[in-house]
Design a protein around this ligand. Structure first.
Ligand code: KIV
Length: 290
Protein backbone atom coordinates (compact mmCIF):
# COMPACT_ATOMS: atom_id res chain seq x y z
CA UNK A 1 0.00 0.00 0.00
CA UNK A 2 1.31 3.40 -0.97
CA UNK A 3 1.76 5.86 1.87
CA UNK A 4 2.06 8.87 -0.43
CA UNK A 5 -0.28 11.51 0.94
CA UNK A 6 -1.25 14.68 -0.82
CA UNK A 7 -3.24 16.48 1.83
CA UNK A 8 -3.18 20.24 1.63
CA UNK A 9 -1.93 20.78 5.15
CA UNK A 10 -0.30 24.10 4.33
CA UNK A 11 -3.29 26.09 5.51
CA UNK A 12 -5.64 26.03 8.47
CA UNK A 13 -8.34 27.80 6.41
CA UNK A 14 -9.20 25.32 3.66
CA UNK A 15 -10.57 21.80 3.70
CA UNK A 16 -7.74 19.50 2.64
CA UNK A 17 -8.01 18.13 -0.88
CA UNK A 18 -6.42 14.70 -0.79
CA UNK A 19 -6.01 12.32 -3.64
CA UNK A 20 -8.60 9.66 -2.84
CA UNK A 21 -6.92 6.44 -1.78
CA UNK A 22 -7.94 3.17 -0.34
CA UNK A 23 -8.39 3.06 3.41
CA UNK A 24 -7.36 0.01 5.38
CA UNK A 25 -10.36 -2.10 6.32
CA UNK A 26 -11.40 -4.02 9.42
CA UNK A 27 -10.95 -7.43 7.68
CA UNK A 28 -7.41 -6.42 6.68
CA UNK A 29 -6.62 -5.46 10.28
CA UNK A 30 -8.06 -8.76 11.53
CA UNK A 31 -6.07 -10.68 8.90
CA UNK A 32 -2.76 -9.25 10.16
CA UNK A 33 -2.73 -12.08 12.71
CA UNK A 34 -2.42 -15.41 10.93
CA UNK A 35 -2.20 -18.73 12.78
CA UNK A 36 -1.40 -16.89 16.01
CA UNK A 37 1.38 -14.77 14.50
CA UNK A 38 1.43 -11.05 13.64
CA UNK A 39 4.55 -10.36 11.63
CA UNK A 40 4.44 -6.60 11.90
CA UNK A 41 2.73 -5.21 15.03
CA UNK A 42 -0.30 -2.99 14.49
CA UNK A 43 0.18 0.71 15.20
CA UNK A 44 -2.73 2.49 16.87
CA UNK A 45 -2.90 5.97 18.40
CA UNK A 46 -5.75 8.05 19.76
CA UNK A 47 -6.96 11.01 17.70
CA UNK A 48 -9.65 13.52 18.58
CA UNK A 49 -9.39 16.27 15.95
CA UNK A 50 -9.10 16.56 12.17
CA UNK A 51 -5.64 18.16 12.21
CA UNK A 52 -4.31 15.60 14.66
CA UNK A 53 -5.69 12.84 12.43
CA UNK A 54 -3.93 14.38 9.39
CA UNK A 55 -0.61 14.27 11.20
CA UNK A 56 -0.97 10.70 12.52
CA UNK A 57 -2.77 9.01 9.65
CA UNK A 58 0.09 7.95 7.38
CA UNK A 59 1.97 6.35 10.28
CA UNK A 60 -0.88 4.37 11.83
CA UNK A 61 -3.02 1.36 11.00
CA UNK A 62 -5.81 2.40 13.35
CA UNK A 63 -6.87 5.78 14.76
CA UNK A 64 -8.88 5.38 17.95
CA UNK A 65 -11.28 8.15 18.89
CA UNK A 66 -10.95 7.19 22.53
CA UNK A 67 -13.30 8.26 25.29
CA UNK A 68 -10.07 9.37 26.98
CA UNK A 69 -10.98 12.64 25.23
CA UNK A 70 -13.05 13.24 28.38
CA UNK A 71 -9.88 13.89 30.35
CA UNK A 72 -7.52 14.95 27.55
CA UNK A 73 -9.79 17.42 25.71
CA UNK A 74 -12.55 18.29 28.18
CA UNK A 75 -10.62 18.23 31.48
CA UNK A 76 -13.05 15.77 33.07
CA UNK A 77 -12.04 13.57 36.01
CA UNK A 78 -12.82 10.29 34.24
CA UNK A 79 -14.44 8.89 31.10
CA UNK A 80 -17.78 8.37 32.87
CA UNK A 81 -19.41 11.72 31.83
CA UNK A 82 -18.46 11.37 28.14
CA UNK A 83 -21.54 11.43 25.87
CA UNK A 84 -22.42 9.84 22.53
CA UNK A 85 -22.61 13.33 21.00
CA UNK A 86 -19.03 14.13 22.05
CA UNK A 87 -17.83 10.87 20.52
CA UNK A 88 -19.80 11.52 17.34
CA UNK A 89 -18.43 15.04 16.88
CA UNK A 90 -14.80 14.07 17.43
CA UNK A 91 -15.21 10.84 15.43
CA UNK A 92 -16.51 12.79 12.42
CA UNK A 93 -13.55 15.20 12.64
CA UNK A 94 -11.04 12.33 12.73
CA UNK A 95 -12.65 10.61 9.75
CA UNK A 96 -12.51 13.93 7.82
CA UNK A 97 -8.82 14.25 8.65
CA UNK A 98 -7.76 10.74 7.64
CA UNK A 99 -7.57 8.69 4.47
CA UNK A 100 -5.52 5.64 5.37
CA UNK A 101 -6.16 4.35 8.89
CA UNK A 102 -9.19 2.44 10.09
CA UNK A 103 -11.06 4.79 12.42
CA UNK A 104 -12.55 3.19 15.55
CA UNK A 105 -14.83 5.16 17.89
CA UNK A 106 -15.24 4.35 21.59
CA UNK A 107 -18.75 3.65 22.86
CA UNK A 108 -19.07 5.90 25.95
CA UNK A 109 -20.17 4.67 29.38
CA UNK A 110 -23.93 4.14 29.58
CA UNK A 111 -24.46 3.86 25.83
CA UNK A 112 -24.24 0.07 25.44
CA UNK A 113 -24.29 -1.87 28.70
CA UNK A 114 -28.07 -2.10 29.28
CA UNK A 115 -28.85 -4.39 26.35
CA UNK A 116 -27.59 -5.49 22.97
CA UNK A 117 -30.38 -3.46 21.39
CA UNK A 118 -29.21 -0.30 23.19
CA UNK A 119 -25.68 -1.08 22.01
CA UNK A 120 -26.85 -1.46 18.41
CA UNK A 121 -28.71 1.85 18.48
CA UNK A 122 -25.70 3.70 19.94
CA UNK A 123 -23.16 2.05 17.65
CA UNK A 124 -25.31 2.67 14.55
CA UNK A 125 -25.62 6.33 15.58
CA UNK A 126 -21.83 6.59 15.90
CA UNK A 127 -21.14 4.96 12.54
CA UNK A 128 -23.78 7.07 10.76
CA UNK A 129 -22.62 10.34 12.32
CA UNK A 130 -18.89 9.78 11.86
CA UNK A 131 -18.24 7.52 8.89
CA UNK A 132 -15.97 5.43 11.14
CA UNK A 133 -15.60 1.71 10.41
CA UNK A 134 -15.94 0.22 13.88
CA UNK A 135 -16.68 0.81 17.54
CA UNK A 136 -14.82 -0.18 20.69
CA UNK A 137 -16.46 -1.19 23.94
CA UNK A 138 -15.14 -2.20 27.36
CA UNK A 139 -15.80 -5.49 29.12
CA UNK A 140 -15.28 -9.20 28.43
CA UNK A 141 -17.61 -12.14 28.95
CA UNK A 142 -20.48 -9.84 29.98
CA UNK A 143 -20.25 -8.09 26.59
CA UNK A 144 -19.74 -11.18 24.39
CA UNK A 145 -23.41 -11.49 23.43
CA UNK A 146 -23.48 -7.79 22.51
CA UNK A 147 -20.32 -8.10 20.39
CA UNK A 148 -21.85 -11.05 18.51
CA UNK A 149 -25.13 -9.12 18.04
CA UNK A 150 -23.39 -6.02 16.64
CA UNK A 151 -20.96 -7.95 14.46
CA UNK A 152 -23.71 -10.04 12.89
CA UNK A 153 -25.61 -6.82 12.09
CA UNK A 154 -22.77 -5.06 10.29
CA UNK A 155 -20.94 -3.32 13.12
CA UNK A 156 -17.35 -4.46 13.70
CA UNK A 157 -16.32 -4.35 17.35
CA UNK A 158 -12.94 -3.92 19.05
CA UNK A 159 -12.95 -5.29 22.62
CA UNK A 160 -11.13 -3.88 25.66
CA UNK A 161 -10.13 -5.98 28.70
CA UNK A 162 -7.93 -5.71 31.77
CA UNK A 163 -7.94 -2.19 33.15
CA UNK A 164 -11.22 -0.85 31.80
CA UNK A 165 -11.38 2.85 32.77
CA UNK A 166 -15.20 3.05 32.53
CA UNK A 167 -15.31 0.56 35.42
CA UNK A 168 -13.12 2.77 37.65
CA UNK A 169 -15.80 2.90 40.34
CA UNK A 170 -15.91 -0.89 40.55
CA UNK A 171 -12.15 -1.41 40.19
CA UNK A 172 -11.35 1.34 42.74
CA UNK A 173 -8.61 2.97 40.64
CA UNK A 174 -6.36 2.67 37.61
CA UNK A 175 -3.83 0.13 38.94
CA UNK A 176 -2.49 -2.74 36.85
CA UNK A 177 -4.67 -5.85 36.66
CA UNK A 178 -3.93 -9.57 36.66
CA UNK A 179 -1.80 -9.83 39.81
CA UNK A 180 -4.03 -12.42 41.50
CA UNK A 181 -4.84 -15.80 39.96
CA UNK A 182 -8.54 -14.96 39.87
CA UNK A 183 -7.96 -11.64 38.08
CA UNK A 184 -5.50 -13.23 35.65
CA UNK A 185 -7.94 -16.06 34.77
CA UNK A 186 -10.73 -13.54 34.26
CA UNK A 187 -8.66 -11.39 31.87
CA UNK A 188 -7.78 -14.40 29.72
CA UNK A 189 -11.34 -15.77 29.72
CA UNK A 190 -12.70 -12.28 28.91
CA UNK A 191 -10.37 -12.04 25.90
CA UNK A 192 -11.32 -15.55 24.72
CA UNK A 193 -15.05 -14.75 25.04
CA UNK A 194 -14.69 -11.56 22.95
CA UNK A 195 -12.64 -13.39 20.33
CA UNK A 196 -15.23 -16.16 20.05
CA UNK A 197 -17.98 -13.52 19.79
CA UNK A 198 -16.27 -12.05 16.72
CA UNK A 199 -14.29 -9.05 18.01
CA UNK A 200 -11.82 -8.10 15.26
CA UNK A 201 -9.19 -6.94 17.79
CA UNK A 202 -8.90 -6.59 21.55
CA UNK A 203 -7.20 -3.84 23.57
CA UNK A 204 -5.42 -5.23 26.63
CA UNK A 205 -4.82 -2.36 29.06
CA UNK A 206 -2.79 -2.21 32.28
CA UNK A 207 -2.17 -5.95 32.64
CA UNK A 208 0.92 -7.69 34.05
CA UNK A 209 3.02 -8.95 31.16
CA UNK A 210 2.68 -12.76 31.51
CA UNK A 211 -1.12 -12.48 31.48
CA UNK A 212 -1.08 -10.13 28.48
CA UNK A 213 1.06 -12.71 26.66
CA UNK A 214 -1.23 -15.57 27.73
CA UNK A 215 -4.31 -13.67 26.50
CA UNK A 216 -2.56 -12.81 23.22
CA UNK A 217 -1.73 -16.48 22.64
CA UNK A 218 -5.24 -17.59 23.61
CA UNK A 219 -7.07 -15.54 20.96
CA UNK A 220 -7.13 -15.69 17.18
CA UNK A 221 -7.68 -11.95 16.66
CA UNK A 222 -4.95 -9.33 17.19
CA UNK A 223 -4.45 -7.90 20.68
CA UNK A 224 -3.38 -4.29 21.07
CA UNK A 225 -1.45 -3.55 24.24
CA UNK A 226 -1.31 -0.45 26.38
CA UNK A 227 0.64 -1.06 29.56
CA UNK A 228 0.64 -4.75 28.66
CA UNK A 229 3.49 -6.32 26.65
CA UNK A 230 5.60 -5.85 23.53
CA UNK A 231 4.42 -9.38 22.67
CA UNK A 232 0.89 -8.10 21.99
CA UNK A 233 -0.03 -7.95 18.29
CA UNK A 234 -0.01 -4.16 18.33
CA UNK A 235 0.38 -1.14 20.59
CA UNK A 236 -1.68 1.94 21.40
CA UNK A 237 -0.99 5.07 23.41
CA UNK A 238 -2.88 8.27 24.05
CA UNK A 239 -1.21 10.62 21.58
CA UNK A 240 -1.01 13.59 23.96
CA UNK A 241 0.74 11.35 26.52
CA UNK A 242 3.45 10.17 24.12
CA UNK A 243 3.95 13.68 22.74
CA UNK A 244 4.64 15.00 26.23
CA UNK A 245 1.62 17.29 26.58
CA UNK A 246 1.24 16.34 30.24
CA UNK A 247 3.72 16.36 33.11
CA UNK A 248 2.36 13.24 34.81
CA UNK A 249 1.63 10.14 32.76
CA UNK A 250 1.07 6.48 33.65
CA UNK A 251 4.23 4.36 34.00
CA UNK A 252 3.56 2.54 30.72
CA UNK A 253 3.78 5.75 28.67
CA UNK A 254 7.00 6.61 26.87
CA UNK A 255 7.24 10.35 26.24
CA UNK A 256 8.74 10.66 22.76
CA UNK A 257 8.78 14.46 22.92
CA UNK A 258 8.20 17.38 25.26
CA UNK A 259 5.60 19.26 23.25
CA UNK A 260 4.27 21.06 26.34
CA UNK A 261 7.63 22.89 26.66
CA UNK A 262 7.65 23.74 22.94
CA UNK A 263 4.15 25.26 23.26
CA UNK A 264 5.02 27.17 26.44
CA UNK A 265 8.18 28.63 24.88
CA UNK A 266 6.33 29.56 21.69
CA UNK A 267 3.47 31.23 23.52
CA UNK A 268 5.91 33.14 25.76
CA UNK A 269 7.61 34.53 22.61
CA UNK A 270 4.26 35.59 21.17
CA UNK A 271 3.17 37.25 24.42
CA UNK A 272 6.47 39.14 24.69
CA UNK A 273 6.28 40.37 21.08
CA UNK A 274 2.67 41.54 21.53
CA UNK A 275 3.58 43.41 24.70
CA UNK A 276 6.57 45.14 23.12
CA UNK A 277 4.59 45.85 19.89
CA UNK A 278 7.04 43.95 17.68
CA UNK A 279 4.18 41.68 16.52
CA UNK A 280 2.56 42.18 14.06
CA UNK A 281 5.48 43.45 11.99
CA UNK A 282 5.40 44.84 8.44
CA UNK A 283 5.25 41.29 7.09
CA UNK A 284 1.96 40.55 8.82
CA UNK A 285 0.28 43.92 8.20
CA UNK A 286 -1.95 45.04 5.28
CA UNK A 287 -1.28 48.47 3.75
CA UNK A 288 -3.47 50.34 1.25
CA UNK A 289 -2.48 49.69 -2.39
CA UNK A 290 -0.15 52.46 -3.63
O1 KIV B 1 -10.01 5.88 25.46
C1 KIV B 1 -8.88 5.54 25.09
O2 KIV B 1 -8.03 6.35 24.72
C2 KIV B 1 -8.58 4.12 25.11
C3 KIV B 1 -7.17 3.70 24.87
C4 KIV B 1 -6.30 4.14 25.97
C5 KIV B 1 -7.04 2.26 24.58
O3 KIV B 1 -9.43 3.32 25.34
Amino acid sequence: MSTTFQLDTSTSRAHPTPQPMKRLTVPRIRAKKKDGVTEEPLVMLTAYTARQAQLLDAHCDILLVGDSLGQVIYGLDSTIPVSLEMMANHGAAVVRGSYHSVVVVDMPFGSYEASKEQAFESAAFLLKQTGAAAVKLEGGEAMAETVEFLNSRGIPVMGHVGLTPQAVNVLGGYMARGRSDAEADKIVSDAVALDKAGAFAIVIEGVVEPIAIEATQAVACPTIGIGASAQCDGQVLVTEDMLGMFERVPRFVKKYEDIASVIEKTVASYAQEVRERSFPSEDQTYQPKA
